[in-house]
Design a protein around this ligand. Sequence first.
Ligand SMILES: Cc1ncc(COP(=O)(O)O)c(C=O)c1O
Length: 458
Amino acid sequence: MSGSPPIADLHFEDAPRVETPIPGPNSQKLLRRQREIDSGAVAYPRSVPIALDEAKGATIRDVDGNCFLDFFAGIGVLNVGHSNPYVLEAVTEQTERLVHTIDFPTEARIEFIEKLDEIAPGGLGGRNRVVFGGPSGSDAIEASIKLAKYNTDGRGLIAFKGSYHGATSGALSLTSGKKYKEAYTPLLPDVVHAPYPYPLWDDGDACGRILDEVRATVEDPYGGLTNPAGIWVEPIQGEGGVVVPPEGFLPGLKEIAEDNGIPLIVDEIQAGFGRTGKWFASEWFDVTPDAIPMAKGAGGAGLPLGALMYHEDLDTWGPGGHIGTFRGNVPAMRGGVRAIEYVQEHDLLDHAVDLGEYIRGRLREAAEASPSLAEVRGMGLFIGAEFVDDEGRPDEAAVNEIREYCYNRGVLVWSAGRYGNVLRLLPPLVMTREQAETGLDVVVDAIEAHAGEAAGRS
Ligand SMILES: Cc1ncc(COP(=O)(O)O)c(C=O)c1O
C-alpha cells in the first residue's frame, strides 16, 4: 500500500444505527448457543448482550446488522481501529509467508524491536532490550517478575491497591482486586499492596504520605517485606477506575526504586501505544521506567503480542532466561510496526489529546447538571467518569443504566472502578471528531436520563 488511508475512511458509515431491539433475533440465537456450550467464565456479553459480525475502524456491526460506535476498542487493544487496512496488508502478507518462528530472527522481529526502540520513553531509547514470552499482558507481567527477581535476588513485590496486572498466578499476586483472586489463594507469598493516590477521595497530602509508606516498606527495618525485588505500578489505573495519580507520584516511586537498587516496572499494557497522547503514559510524568510490560495495542490489529522492554543493564540473564512457545507472533510484529507507522503518519498522538479534551469537556458540561457525576478524568483517550449516589456512595447501577441506554442507541461504552461505578471510555485513536460528537450526544443523553430518574426517585 503506497499510503495509508485517512482516519475518516476507516469506518462503516452508518454507525450508530440500531434497527432491532438489543439483543436482536440473530444475537439472541448466538448468545443462547454460547450459553449452552461456552464456559461459565464468559463475562462481557452479560453486560452488553450482542453477538458480533464485523468491524471497521471505530465501528462494529452485530449479527442483526445494527451498527455501533465503539468507545471501548476491545479494552484498549484496537488503537488504530478494527481491521485497519494499512495494518492488515502487512499482516496478511506475513501470514502467507511465515507465521511461527519461536525466536529465530526474521525481518519482522528485528524491525518491530527497532520500531519499539524508536518510541521508547526517555532513557530507554537506544539502551533497551525486549523479551517476548507468551502473547498476553499477563505473560509480559510474569516476565517482569522474573526479570526483577533475577537481577536483584529479591523475592518481595510491591504493588498498589486498585491495581490490575493480569490473571496468571504471578500477575494475579500483583493484582489487588479480591474478586479475581479470592478462589485461588495462596499466590506469591511476599506481596505488599500500598495505597494508590485517588485524588477524588484523598486530602491534599495523600501522595506524600503514600510515598513515605512505600519507602518505609522498602527501608524500615520493621517494614515487613524482607527482600524487595521491585515496584509494579500502572501509570494510570485502568480497571481501578481510570485513576490519574498526582504528578509527583511516579517520580517519587522512581526515586525510592533508585535509592534501593530495585527496578520500577511501569505497566503500560492498557495505557501504552498512544492511548494517552504519548507513546507511553509514563512520559507525561517525566519518568523513565526500568521495565515496561506491554501487550494490548502492540500487535496492531488485535493480534496477541506481549512484550517486556527493559533497560539493557538488566539484560543479565542467559539463553532461556525467559521462555515460551509463542515468543513473538510474526504477523503480529508486522502489525505492530504498521500500527506505529499509522499513528505517526496521521498525528494520532495529538489527535488523542485533542479528542480526549473534547470528550472530557462534554462530560464535564453534563456533570454540571448531574450531581451524580462526581468526577471526569483521564489523559488523551483514556477517560473515566465516576458516579455516586445522592449520599456520595459509589453508584454502580448508574453506570450499568448508562451503558444499557447507550448500547440501545448504538454506542458501546464500558465500566471500571473498584465498585464498578466509573464509566470508562477507550475509543480507538482513529475515531473522528464527528463520531465523537455523535457518540457523546448519546452518552450525555444517557447521563441526563439517569439524573432525571435519580431525581424522581429521591
Ligand atoms: C494494566 C493491565 N495490566 C495487565 C493486564 C493483563 O493483560 P492480559 O489480559 O492481556 O493478560 C491488563 C488487562 O486488562 C491491564 O489492563
